[in-house]
Write a protein that binds this ligand. Sequence first.
Ligand SMILES: *Cc1c(COP(=O)(O)O)cnc(C)c1O
Length: 398
Amino acid sequence: MPVSSPERQTMVLERSRAWVEVDEGAITHNTRVLRQRIGPHVKLMAVVKANGYGHGDGATAHAARAGGADAFAVASLVEAVGLRRQGLQEPVLVLGHLSRMDEARACLRWRLLPTISTLDQARVFHAVASDAGACLPVHVNLDTGMARLGTPWQEGAALVQAIQLLGNLRVEGVYSHLAAADAVDPGLTRRQRQRFDRVLAQLGNGQPARLCRHLANSAATMADTSLHYDMVRVGLALYGHAPAEHLAGILPLQPAMAVRARVTLLKTVPAGTGISYDHHYHTTRPSRLAVVAIGYADGVPRLLSSRMGVLHRGHWLPQVGAITMDQLVIDATDHPQLHAGAVVTLLGHDGTATISPRQWSEACDTIPWDILCGFSNRLPRLSAGHSPLQGDPATLQW
Ligand SMILES: *Cc1c(COP(=O)(O)O)cnc(C)c1O
């Protein structure tokens, strides 16, 4: 038999153990749905930090652009330059704090929008821009209640005016971040919005010209159109998840991620067998166990040990014992059809059944964001269209 092509070898290897399946069509769909929600006069900034919340930032950005995204946001320069290298030409806002000359030069070189929180920081960017004889657009961040990045909102208007006077910087945007937009009680969001409005009023009519004002994350975008201003910054909703239970159902979002893994070994053990490290779990009957090739080093939280399950052909099978670094064990006693090489679904759809990131996050006392961006680089990111759910690993000729 002929040696398989390197592409085919890679394809087969990527599906031999465990992988993240990304449905780019779902991301495009979600972007369209969000676009409809905000209307034609509001811009949509797709937040693709942390490798697109674990979905792959390049694939996510291209899919969001196809659905009508106008701009992108990331946390770091490495992420921003990565988008440029993957062919994305749209505006890219860096949400993290940049303050060094070399970082400012990278913003100029790659046409990236820095977030400005202080005048000292603005002076660094101004020095670099004037050296280059350029005018660098920036976005000023106001701290209206997050107490993280941003200038205290009381000083926001003065900071914007001081930056404008520097000459080689142009304040293109003014933004703030909401601390509890997903809360049922809108009190804090209302206070933050009032502070944001106060600064905008102090800046006066249209000063600076064509100012882009933005405040809303996914929750605010979904919950309240009056929070949209000139642009919204959406992350979680783009990937198909509601930021809170009470916001689910507002928009027909489609989850874009599935996490799947292979069953590698089956064994039958007697009742009373202790399973995995420390024997936290003992079988109560003669049991058929299946070892699945995925573990906490892949991003399955160890806290989910004996509190999760997997799907196979629409059935739910419980996970038992401690989740280990590279494997976990499921109880397949009631599923004699499960065979070595079978694909099980840890997260996402399998037929009509589904497991959501929120089910995981509630079981281990965290939030869906943490689950999605917790999947490690060991898991290949594969396009959903090219990844058959069932079937054995193909044989390869090396
Ligand atoms: C991450 C982030 C967002 C996106 O938040 P979601 O809740 O995922 O929509 C928006 N704005 C800022 C400043 C962020 O850091």
